[in-house]
Design a protein around this ligand. Structure first.
Ligand SMILES: Nc1ncnc2c1ncn2[C@@H]1O[C@H](COP(=O)(O)OP(=O)(O)O)[C@@H](O)[C@H]1O
Ligand SMILES: NC(=O)OP(=O)(O)O
Length: 312
């Protein structure tokens, strides 16, 4: 039986900081991601793809707010569904085309996915998830004053609007995602961390205004579909200790114990590598293989020739 890999792509892979948010730019970025994912399919893996949406959901929210006098604005969970829809569309189409280039004809499907969160999650009182474009400190403070936004510095790259980011509790429909994947379909699911919903006391579901971290929901998804490998693709070749310092060292094959020790030492930044390492460590603790590597080295990393791999 083929090994099953859940691949989590950063929202920045779909739109780099500073790049103009045109349809053409994002389609080309997604096509490049799809070319890499197609190589992984060619290696013989069953693949589930999930992706970020930070830049995209922020832009959709802004479009809604700017046009509010012409068209009534939609809430953030609906913006999240819209971003999942358009990225899923671009990814499904480009992945099919890239597979065709390699002489493969696997079926590909993109599923709008809801992720359950807790209404009691303290993240609702403490927004931390950066969305949309980057601003200077001065611009960000002005927007915060004028529009009531909460803004924060994002990993040394500038200032962004931040929104609540509750922990994913479960992924609705993950049994179907698993069935499809096990049957050989390449499934794109839980994009943007999934559309955040809560379950009310009467058992019914309702959307909530938040953006879930895709590394955290990717971990949940990996567990719920019984993946062998959880792979986080980002913009650095490896996870490093002493990152950015003269004595920085790339981590290659490490154990759960080593990863825990580095976490305890505070080696990974809260808003960027921290959640990725948390997810990777939790997956490896449960017996799976977790990989963090750069987008263009995905196929090599699966062969153990690049990236950081954590296992028991
Ligand atoms: N210890 C570390 N090792 C490697 N990268 C790190 C580390 N600490 C922080 N980073 C930063 O994490 C970034 C990747 O996280 P993020 O920007 O959230 O990615 P993505 O959008 O791909 O999910 C890297 O570009 C790097 O600057
Ligand atoms: N939803 C999410 O985690 O998006 P980014 O990867 O763009 O931050």
């Amino acid at each position: 039986m083929a090994e099953k890999v859940v691949i989590a792509l950063g929202g920045n892979a779909i739109l780099q900081p500073g790049q103009e948010a045109t349809y053409e730019n994002q389609l080309e970025n997604v096509r490049k991601c799809s070319a890499i994912i197609a190589q992984v399919v060619k290696q013989g893996y069953q693949v589930v793809v999930t992706h970020g949406n930070g830049p995209q959901v922020g832009n959709i929210l802004r479009q809604n707010e700017e046009a509010k006098d012409v068209v009534p604005p939609f809430p953030l969970d609906v913006c999240s569904a819209e971003s999942q829809g358009f990225i899923g569309y671009m990814m499904e189409q480009t992945l099919r085309n890239e597979l065709h280039e390699l002489g493969l004809n696997n079926s590909v499907v993109s599923l709008l996915t809801e992720t359950v969160v807790s209404p009691e999650d303290e993240a609702f009182q403490n927004p931390t998830k950066p969305i949309g474009v980057f601003y200077t400190e001065e611009e960000a403070n002005k927007l915060a004053e004028e529009k009531g936004w909460v803004v924060a510095e994002d990993a040394g790259r500038g200032y962004r609007r931040v929104v609540p980011s509750p922990q994913p509790v479960s992924i609705l429909g993950s049994d179907t995602i698993k069935t499809l994947t096990d049957a050989g379909t390449i499934t794109i699911a839980s994009g943007g961390g999934g559309i955040p919903v809560i379950q009310k006391e009467d058992g019914k579901y309702e959307g909530v205004e938040a953006v879930i971290d895709k590394d955290r929901s990717g971990l949940r998804l990996s567990k719920e579909v019984d993946a062998d490998v959880f792979m986080i693709l980002t913009d650095v070749d490896n996870v490093y200790v002493n990152y950015g310092k003269p004595n920085q060292k790339a981590l290659e094959q490490i154990t759960v114990e080593e990863a825990k020790q580095y976490m305890d030492e505070g080696q990974f930044s809260a808003g960027s590598m921290g959640p990725k390492m948390e997810g990777a460590l939790s997956f490896a603790e449960h017996g799976g293989k977790a990989i963090i590597c750069s987008l263009d080295k995905a196929a090599l990393a699966l062969e153990g020739k690049s990236g950081t791999t954590i296992s028991k």
